[in-house]
Design a protein around this ligand. Sequence first.
Ligand code: SF4
Length: 111
Amino acid sequence: MDNPQIHNLKEEIRETVTQAITIPNHKCAVFRAGREDKFSPQGKAQLLESDQYESYIFDCTLCKACEQDSKLCTAFQKARTVLTLQKKDPQANKELLQNLKTTGNIYGIRN
Ligand code: SF4
């Protein structure tokens, strides 16, 4: 069983994906560059429903171009939070968070 925070985030993600009527793939720069469904807002939304999104959700730039129509960017942010809480986020994200904790910036530069 997930911890309550993860459980609640997953419920909110499911609700957002269920309510996403219009999924504007054409607005997504990552999809326009990658040209594969897994890079599109719609493809990511389908992966969120299947709970198999570890390797794709960090491809999203969180630019919010898809947000006006569907609130999916918010769901993608929450999915990243879930992965981080589960310690399944990519190594680069772990390093970024560690840098923030130790130096106050994502680059790890000490003043
Ligand atoms: S928030 Fe992510 S999925 Fe949405 S348009 Fe931007 S890059 Fe694409």
